[in-house]
Design a protein around this ligand. Structure first.
Ligand code: GAR
Length: 203
């Protein structure tokens, strides 16, 4: 059994897509244990409670490991540990400390609204529009010590239309995110993700 912790900062629609997927029984060996938010006002907290998942807020003013230590303590309180856990970042708007990443090596996933390595960081959909790319999309990757730079698990592409705005493009990418993220959780639970250097091989 994989114990799942989800970290959010806002709306929590990706979290919801994962929780719905698990509820539908597509995957039976992943148990959602805790949703942690970096923001007390995050909409996702209410959504998590509707699923009956415990929630916690870590919103102190600390930085780096001083902050992350509280996250790790909370994860471990709910039995999401480096040997049995998976941590999904779902719109979690903080950089993780080296200590956290090393502790949960290749057990932390993130979803990002671009085809990495293009447009890492914030406002990726706007960066894609401004750059004039014809295709963008979303990426799920393991988290390493860099910014959106860890080994890529899977990606889905989205065409950029001539009349796209930030909102219309973001909406179409989000639809794909909601398909992609649960599928990666499933692959992880089936132990089908083999990481060799930068490459993730799906077995
Ligand atoms: C999603 O588009 C996600 O890819 C993005 O924030 C949004 C969160 O939405 N994440 C990042 O930009 C991380 N760098 P959600 O809270 O509804 O899942």
């Amino acid at each position: 059994m994989i114990n799942l912790g989800i970290l959010i900062s806002g709306r929590g629609s990706n979290m919801e897509s994962i929780l719905n997927f698990l509820k539908e029984g597509e995957v039976t060996d992943v148990c959602p244990k805790i949703v942690i938010s970096s923001k007390p006002e995050a909409e996702g907290l209410k959504k998590a409670s509707k699923f009956g998942i415990p929630t916690s807020i870590v919103s102190n003013n600390l930085k780096g490991w001083d902050y992350d230590e509280e996250i790790v303590n909370t994860l471990q309180k709910y039995n999401v540990n480096p040997d049995n856990g998976l941590v999904c970042l779902a719109g979690y708007m903080r950089l993780l400390s080296r200590e956290f990443v090393r502790k949960y090596k290749m057990r932390i996933m993130n979803i990002h609204p671009s085809l990495l390595p293009s447009f890492p960081g914030l406002n990726s959909q706007k960066k894609a529009l401004d750059y004039g790319v014809k295709v963008t999309g979303c990426t799920v990757h393991f988290v390493d010590e860099g910014l959106d730079s860890g080994p890529i698990i899977a990606q889905r592409q989205v065409a950029v239309l001539e009349n796209d705005t930030y909102e219309t493009l973001s909406d179409r990418i989000l639809e794909q995110e909601h398909i992609l993220y649960p599928s990666c959780v499933k692959l992880f639970s089936e132990k089908r993700l083999l990481v060799e250097g930068r490459k993730v091989i799906v077995t």
